[in-house]
Design a protein around this ligand. Structure first.
Ligand SMILES: NC(=O)c1ccc[n+]([C@@H]2O[C@H](COP(=O)([O-])OP(=O)(O)OC[C@H]3O[C@@H](n4cnc5c(N)ncnc54)[C@H](OP(=O)(O)O)[C@@H]3O)[C@@H](O)[C@H]2O)c1
Length: 259
């Protein structure tokens, strides 16, 4: 009997970091389950994954901030591929801005997608991950470690997720699942482009000047590429990382000033 390929769920995989993670795991021969809201984008990523080497693919459009949707995605993945080895919780969209301009709904939305969907995915996937001695990678962000007045939703969401991930890793010690947090720095995606555009407007700068101004402000040699994150996720899910458990890996080009 041939061995079944590893099956991997990647959330928020229709673009940006999630798409890069899905394609990297596809290149390694995994079966890929991609989920986000936009059906057309997901279908495109699923097709690219198959071209890249995925053993199979499944695209499931879902608003993951809604209760029940993570459970539906996990059930569909199991139905299609018969098991689950990898869960990457990446979907997230927290609003930035002045604290006094952010509403209760902004805070609740930020937690609903990035925190609660991750918890629901982990709960629904757990028995399957235990059966497969699989791996979980939860994507947070460096706002978890360095609070920022413009990031009073994303920072706390990422801190909470870091705490949750460590607690889950402690539980997983007895169950054979490896659980880690990956905390990205400033990575070139639509989210970063939007931040650069806002900065350009605020400072009456060209986009190129605003990009350079932000780079200097962050104290980094360059902005990160989505591949920088995808490569680390692939490593964390691989046998080479079999002794990496319950930790937070910061991939930020040195942007975090503290330890
Ligand atoms: N880029 C950075 O510099 C950076 C830095 C630190 C941390 N991060 C974290 O890395 C993750 C990915 O960031 P990114 O920059 O790649 O973001 P992005 O380009 O905005 O992509 C976000 C992904 O999440 C999906 N998504 C958004 N709302 C959703 C919802 N309600 N239900 C399901 N899917 C939803 C989006 O697809 P749809 O719109 O189709 O739903 C998209 O696939 C996020 O958790 C972010 O906080 C990013």
């Amino acid at each position: 009997m041939t061995e079944r390929s590893r099956a991997a769920i990647v959330t928020g995989a229709s673009r940006g970091i999630g798409r890069a993670i899905a394609l990297k795991l596809a290149k390694e021969g995994c079966s890929i389950i991609v989920t986000a809201r936009n059906h057309d984008d997901l279908d495109r990523v699923a097709a690219e994954a198959e071209e890249t080497g995925a053993a199979g693919s499944l695209a499931i459009a879902a608003d993951l901030s809604q209760p029940g949707e993570p459970e539906r995605v996990v059930a569909a993945a199991i139905d299609r591929f018969g098991g689950l080895e990898i869960l990457v919780n990446n979907a997230g969209a927290t609003k930035r801005g002045d604290f006094l301009s952010l509403t209760d709904d902004d805070h609740l939305d930020g937690f609903a997608l990035k925190y609660h969907a991750t918890v629901r995915f982990c709960r629904a996937a757990w028995p399957h991950l235990v059966a497969a001695r699989g791996a979980v990678v939860n994507i947070t962000g460096i706002g978890a470690h360095t609070p920022d007045a413009e990031f009073t939703i994303g920072g706390p969401v990422n801190s909470a997720l870091t705490n949750f991930t460590k607690a889950l890793a402690n539980r997983a010690l007895d169950e054979g699942v490896r659980v880690n947090t990956l905390s990205p720095g400033h990575i070139v995606t639509d989210r970063l482009h939007a931040r650069i555009e806002k900065h350009a407007k605020l400072k009456s700068m060209t986009i190129a000047d605003a990009r350079e101004d932000l780079r200097l402000h962050y104290g980094i040699h360059r902005f990160g590429e989505t591949a920088d994150i995808a490569n680390m996720v692939a490593f964390l899910c691989s046998k080479q990382a079999s002794y990496v458990h319950g930790t937070t890996v910061i991939v930020d080009g040195g942007a975090t000033p503290g330890i």
